[in-house]
Design a protein around this ligand. Sequence first.
Ligand SMILES: [Zn+2]
Length: 140
Amino acid sequence: MNCPECGAADSLCQTRFDEFLVLEFTDPSYGIVHNLTVCTFMVQHSSRMSREGWLYQRGLLRDFIIENKSPATIRKQIKDNVDSGKRTFKFKSKDGVPVINKTTWAKTILGVRIENAEVYCADINAWARATLEDAETITI
Ligand SMILES: [Zn+2]
């Protein structure tokens, strides 16, 4: 069965995501796109988040891609928000029901090639950009 959320064949997206995380943690030349990998995967799999959580992830993706903010800058923003109690919403989904009803995307994680770090980072970027473009059309 294809993934009901991103449309990946045989629902291989989760397996691939887990493999990518291991790769990113063990090899820093792959790890530089870690923020994009996580954020993009989350935007495509909204059942893991609350509505606010999903909007927040999409905002993060926008920050990374459009505003070109570094993960360090974002981490500081998040920390400031948490410290000041600004983020009051819950990230995690309570019921596991997708908060968006999109099931087809221009690119999925299955299109990312891993043969070397250069190709990998370029493909993660392309996947993230395409996903943001798709996600920008969603109103929830
Ligand atoms: Zn999926």
